[in-house]
Design a protein around this ligand. Structure first.
Ligand SMILES: [Zn+2]
Length: 412
């Protein structure tokens, strides 16, 4: 219950204090924000701390393969119309980082929390959320399709019988499968560009039919539910059929879909779509993603694409040819060390753009582009790639650690 003023027990208070101290030490040592180490220390001292902190809040969880950080920010911004919000805005999305974020928000009414897909069921059990937003599920580099299906199954089991309102994407069959064990679901027609993980029926393994925007299984009858909210071009349609314009500083169709879902979440807390959508305009670049920086007299737009679905969404938002494109791919720990996913991405969408290729795995990428029949240049580093392009806008698309390298080099 929000507004519950019952104080934390002494052990929990000690855990919060010790966690903050550990985070401060970690910061002084130059190891980032310290929120993860702080949260780990806190949970060691009081394993129930996350549940205790959540008890004082109306909790909203957000999970997905792509777009969860952005959507968390959009929902947080929308709900501020109705009360103070605490959020793990920097994307520390496992239990320690979440605990740390909530420990910093004792006056908040809402806790808007991004959750890593693998932790959703556990965090939902601990925090008793009022709402859970589920956007999409597709393979990450580290996973194959079968693991994505297992994740959906885990969500389905974890969310069965939850009291939370689930706000879920009706256009993603895996999301529908995961959410439909819940008694209270608000369906949003948010679209799905990446369909490669959703050709087989999550219920029976049959082949999904996809006439137009609809989908369904002829074998078992599992099918797209009726959506009461929808993304329609640049508008959100609410359950009354009213169309509300979306104005975002963030680019691309995927972010409009995130805005539609966020408006549906805000409405479950009494914030009207018009108010919610107006507030979302305030959200700018998120942890450097979508940022435009000037480097060597060019304007580089920095775009993060972590997995095949993310690459496809990114291709759909870049400026048209002849805008130059720099692609950077690494295969270090956080990226997944296997680059076979490159073959899952349709790079022919880049035809017509001058393309420069960098990163640890530039040769893997070069082979892929060669087979796709694209014209490209392999460059030694960011500077060389940027100099290949004339002054003006350059779209730079990088996977996870390549993106971090890039931001360090261009000073952002
Ligand atoms: Zn089926």
């Amino acid at each position: 219950m929000a507004g519950n003023t019952e104080p934390l027990p002494p052990r929990a208070k000690l855990a919060v204090t010790a966690g903050k101290a550990a985070a401060a030490v970690s910061r002084v040592a130059g190891r980032g924000s310290g929120s993860v180490i702080g949260g780990k220390v806190s949970l060691r001292l009081d394993p129930d701390l996350l549940a205790r902190l959540a008890r004082h809040l109306d909790v909203i969880l957000v999970s997905a393969t792509n777009g969860k950080t952005t959507t968390t920010r959009l929902i947080a911004e929308a709900l501020r119309a109705s009360g103070p919000v605490v959020s793990n805005a920097l994307g520390a999305n496992m239990p320690a980082g979440i605990t740390s974020a909530l420990a910093g928000g004792s006056d908040a009414r809402y806790g808007v929390i991004e959750v890593d897909e693998k932790y959703l069921a556990g965090v939902a059990r601990d925090t008793t959320p009022k709402a859970i937003a589920l956007l999409n599920l597709s393979r990450d580099q580290l996973d194959r399709a079968a693991e994505t299906r297992m994740l959906a199954e885990k969500w389905r089991e974890g969310l069965a019988g939850t009291k939370a309102t689930i706000i879920a994407n009706a256009d993603d069959p895996l999301i529908v499968w995961a959410a439909s064990s819940s008694p209270n679901v608000v369906w949003v027609a948010a679209g799905q560009e990446w369909k490669d993980d959703a050709w087989s029926c999550p219920s029976c393994g049959g082949v999904l039919q996809r006439p137009g925007d609809d989908w369904g299984c002829a074998d078992c009858g599992f099918r797209r539910p009726h959506a009461t909210w929808a993304l329609n071009g640049d508008y959100v349609l609410d359950p009354q059929g009213s169309a509300w314009p979306i104005h975002l500083q963030l680019p691309g169709r995927a972010n409009k879909a995130n805005a539609a879902t966020s408006a549906a979440v805000a409405a479950t807390f009494g914030v009207p779509p018009q108010v919610a959508l107006e507030r979302m305009y305030a959200v700018q670049a998120i942890a450097g993603r979508y940022d435009v920086v000037t480097f060597l007299d060019r304007q580089l737009r920095l775009l993060l694409a972590k997995n095949p679905a993310g690459w496809l969404e990114t291709f759909s938002l870049i400026d048209p040819p002849p805008t130059p494109v720099i692609l950077s791919v690494n295969a270090r720990g956080a990226d997944g060390t296997d680059t076979s996913w490159l073959w899952d991405v349709d790079y022919t969408r880049l035809a017509g753009h001058p393309i420069m290729v960098i990163g640890d795995r530039k040769l893997d990428l070069a082979v892929r582009l060669e087979v796709a029949g694209l014209d490209f240049r392999v460059c030694e580093n960011t500077d060389e790639a940027v100099r290949m392009a004339p002054p003006g806008r350059i779209e730079v698309i990088a996977n996870y650690t390549a993106f971090q390298d890039l931001r360090r080099r261009v000073g952002n």
